[in-house]
Design a protein around this ligand. Structure first.
Ligand code: NAP
Ligand code: FE
Length: 369
């Protein structure tokens, strides 16, 4: 039996209509809150109106920072942190998909630390604990509501990477499936696929252990059984996606994401392909590689079986209307060199049970054309 640690300090409140419990969960000693959102999702999901109303009821002063775009960059995070400092915010509330939730975590760090996000991501220790963070997801994807991670885009280096620190686990998260009902079909599919890859990659990570296996497989099974119906806006299926993406978040909070996430990042940075879709495009080539090279082949075969009859994982992806050919997204073969250069240094590769070379990566990307 392997040694392991299981740690998740976030209180997770799950259920339809649970957003109304916000005021009972909120730490009343924090009198100034910064709400971090994207342009429209916090509004169309109905979340922000409900939070503002309750903040007024409990007499908490607040400001809204609504400039977070998809795949948040360092600049936006610094801008949010300046507002947070100017307002002397005492708590940060992220409302939206992974992008606003991750930006909220970054803003919480920079509100209390004078370095840059880039420095902290390169290993500089934090001088002070970040401000406490609350997460309210409106997508069923990233699981950021249950992770100690925040992913940022470095626009100068054309690169995306995650920041990991136990101190950015949210103090509480409200996972209210009703907030996800306004998602358009493409967002349901892409974010749902992201959640599926979290479940699968955490299972295949070298950090796996039996308790987390159960969590990974539990969430993968629910996602596989519900993603198609959810894409048709079936509410019960959407509720199940909301639940299982949070569970998949717990699974990566313990065992991380591996090679597949690293392969997907350049597609997002260079071509603006959404995070979940990028993972879906690269999935078959990743699985094929793992079936050949993983030091733990039985586990990869188990995942292959989970996706349908052996060898049918491509059909599964295409049944969601996703093309697995990079050329269909305008990606050029001449970019492969840059993709490889970026991917080879990712931390995700260190917890993948294969010694991965640049040649392997080149082959994987070439197969995707
Ligand atoms: P997102 O980038 O937060 O949102 C995608 C799009 O969906 C946006 O246009 C957003 O609108 C819209 N949207 C969100 N909720 C909606 C709703 N209920 N109704 C209608 N539209 C809605 O997507 P995401 O996939 O959830 O997050 C992706 C980011 O999370 C990436 O940067 C990824 O790398 C990161 N990530 C983080 C973790 C982690 O553990 N922290 C794990 C995996 C991925 P607005 O622009 O108006 O918000
Ligand atoms: Fe992800």
């Amino acid at each position: 039996m392997k040694d392991f640690q299981f740690f998740i300090p976030t209180k997770i409140v799950f259920g339809k209509g649970k957003i109304e419990e916000f005021k009972h969960l909120y730490p009343l000693s924090r009198k100034r809150a910064l709400l971090v959102t994207g342009k429209s999702s916090a509004k169309v999901s109905g979340a922000i109106e409900k939070i503002e109303k309750q903040l007024k009821q409990i007499k908490v002063d607040y400001k809204i920072f609504n400039k977070v775009k998809e795949n948040p960059d360092f600049e936006t995070t610094s801008e949010g942190a300046s507002l947070s400092k100017e307002f002397r915010a005492e708590i940060i509330i992220g409302i939206g998909g992974g992008s606003p939730m991750d930006a909220a975590k970054g803003i919480a760090v920079l509100s209390k630390n004078s370095g840059s996000m880039e420095e902290y991501m390169s290993g500089k220790p934090l001088d002070n604990p970040p401000l406490p963070v609350i997460c309210i997801p409106t997508t069923s994807g990233t699981g950021s509501e249950a992770t100690p991670y925040a992913v940022f885009t470095n626009t100068k280096k054309n690169s995306k990477a995650g920041f990991a620190n136990e101190k950015i686990f949210p103090i509480f998260s409200i996972v209210d499936p009703e907030l996800t009902y306004s998602m358009p079909e493409n967002v349901i599919i892409d974010t749902g696929f992201d959640a599926l890859t979290h479940a699968i990659e955490s299972y295949l990570s070298i950090k796996h252990y039996p308790l987390n296996d159960i969590i990974s497989i539990h969430s993968a099974e629910i996602i596989l059984n519900n993603i198609h119906k959810a894409a048709e806006k079936n509410k019960e299926a959407m509720d199940m996606m909301s639940y299982s993406s949070m569970v998949a978040g717990i699974s990566i909070s313990q065992c991380g994401t591996i090679l597949l996430h690293a392969l997907g990042y350049p597609l997002t940075v260079y071509y603006g392909i959404t995070h979940g879709r990028a993972n879906a495009i690269m999935f078959p080539y990743f699985l094929e590689f793992m079936l050949k090279k993983s030091k733990e082949k039985e586990r990869v075969k188990m995942i292959e079986g989970l996706l349908g009859n052996i060898g049918n994982y491509i059909k599964f992806i295409e049944s969601l209307g996703i093309s697995i050919k990079m050329s269909d997204y305008g990606v050029k073969k001449s970019d492969i060199k840059n993709f490889v250069k970026d991917t080879i240094n990712k931390k995700n590769l260190k917890i993948t049970p294969v010694n991965i070379t640049e040649k392997d990566l080149e082959e994987i990307y070439t197969n995707a054309f």
